[in-house]
Design a protein around this ligand. Structure first.
Ligand SMILES: Cc1cc2nc3c(=O)[nH]c(=O)nc-3n(C[C@H](O)[C@H](O)[C@H](O)COP(=O)(O)OP(=O)(O)OC[C@H]3O[C@@H](n4cnc5c(N)ncnc54)[C@H](O)[C@@H]3O)c2cc1C
Length: 370
């Protein structure tokens, strides 16, 4: 089976001929970059994706994470892959140099992440959520929140999640019931339950930073009463070291059909112990802030579908070139050698339909990041 995740010529065409990504290096933000640095980082992504992510894609689908004594047990290969991704600087790839990032353009980061998602969408979910949660803190958090959480999320020491959905409130976030009660210390006590939280528990990192929607007691009804809180699994000191376990707990894991390597969790807040949360930005503006992460997730999920479809096409193409079956209608000799099925008009028609669908989706996805 082909180990090509994304054809590099296809990618180069999209990045450099359609999107003119190279010209971004004329802008001040990307002035230290060139096509050479873009290609080098893409080469690294391709290699790590093939060596560390693709190798356990099937195993992670068959052997999904397990709920054992309130903890998650998962394949050790997931941590190896996550650490390789973080160590190569991809979580921080789009961020400023001063934050430890590489200041790469979104289109180049999308190109890199395409390899990881095509290789193993479940494992790729953890760094994807982390970089998007970090972006929420970067844009809307205060200085203390940024210095406490950002460096550790961007280095891969902590992961991040988005915690919106509740058992009775999916599309209708106006109806969430998770509450936030102010304390005298200036932070809040969070109480409630969330469900379907991707990456809400894992055995990859020493801490998890949940970005939680909740309503401050006495808030206006509906979406205008929703606030955003940082709720870490472990309370941390200013250096990011764990001090005490916070009252957010794994209530269960949810089985799903795809992306199985990414845990889907039910979380309880403040059930057995106080759960401390830190308000991000202004009260009651939380849904507006959270839309930034929701939109990143929407584009990311669509992008995932496009690259998974693209990889499926790569397998179809390889199989059609390899599989010998029958002869052309013009060949009347039954002893003539069989031909690869790609030579049959109807197989070509199906391959072209597949190619047209996935390449249009793929190009739309890259363009969305440009
Ligand atoms: C793989 C996966 C990962 C997820 N990860 C996260 C996560 O990390 N964090 C998180 O907070 N949540 C997560 N979710 C939950 C997700 O946000 C919800 O599934 C989503 O908001 C829909 O809510 P629901 O499933 O309760 O469906 P419902 O809201 O019950 O909707 C059921 C159906 O009714 C339709 N519907 C509902 N209301 C209306 C309306 N007003 N008008 C017309 N149609 C309507 C919907 O479109 C849908 O077809 C995840 C879900 C999945 C499947």
């Amino acid at each position: 089976m082909t180990d090509t995740l994304i054809d590099r010529r296809d990618l180069a065409f999209q990045l450099y001929e359609v999107l003119d990504t190279e010209s971004l290096s004329e802008r001040e933000r990307f002035s230290e970059h060139s096509r050479d640095t873009f290609d080098a980082v893409i080469e690294t992504a391709d290699k790590i994706a093939r060596d560390k992510f693709a190798t356990h894609n099937s195993a992670a689908d068959k052997d999904e994470p397990k709920f054992v004594d309130g903890q998650v047990e998962m394949l050790p290969q997931v941590k190896e892959a996550f650490d390789a991704y973080a160590d190569a600087g991809f979580i921080a790839g789009r961020y400023d140099y001063e934050l430890g990032g590489m200041q790469l353009p979104e289109s180049v980061m999308a190109a890199c992440n395409g390899f990881f998602t095509a290789a193993n969408p479940g494992t790729a979910g953890y760094p994807f959520l982390t970089t998007a949660a970090a972006n929420l803190i970067r844009v809307f958090g205060n200085d203390q929140q940024k210095s406490t959480f950002l460096p550790h999320m961007l280095s891969g020491r902590f992961t991040g999640t988005m915690a919106l959905t509740e058992p009775h409130a999916g599309s209708s976030l106006a109806d969430i019931r998770t509450s936030a009660t102010p304390t005298d210390d200036g932070h809040y006590l969070i109480k409630g339950a969330k469900i379907y939280i991707s990456g809400g528990e894992q055995s990859l990192t020493e801490n998890i930073v949940h970005m939680v929607l909740a309503k401050v007691k006495g808030a206006p009804a509906g979406v205008k009463g929703i606030s955003l809180f940082i709720v870490p699994k472990f309370i941390v000191d200013e250096e990011g070291n764990a001090t005490e376990r916070n009252g957010v707990n794994l209530a269960g894991l949810i089985h799903k059909l795809g992306y199985r390597g990414t845990t889907s969790t039910a979380l309880s807040f403040g059930d057995d112990a106080p759960c401390h949360g830190y308000l991000v930005g202004e009260p009651h503006q939380g849904l507006k802030y959270m839309f930034q992460m929701m939109n990143e997730a929407r584009v990311g999920v669509g992008f995932g579908a496009a690259v998974i479809g693209y990889r499926g096409y790569m397998h179809s193409l390889e199989y059609a070139k390899d599989r010998l079956q029958g002869r052309k209608p013009s060949e009347k000799n039954p002893e003539a050698p069989q031909v690869p099925i790609i030579e049959h008009a109807d197989v070509r028609r199906m391959l072209l339909a597949q190619k047209a669908t996935v390449k249009v989706a793929w190009r739309c996805a890259y363009t969305a990041h440009a």
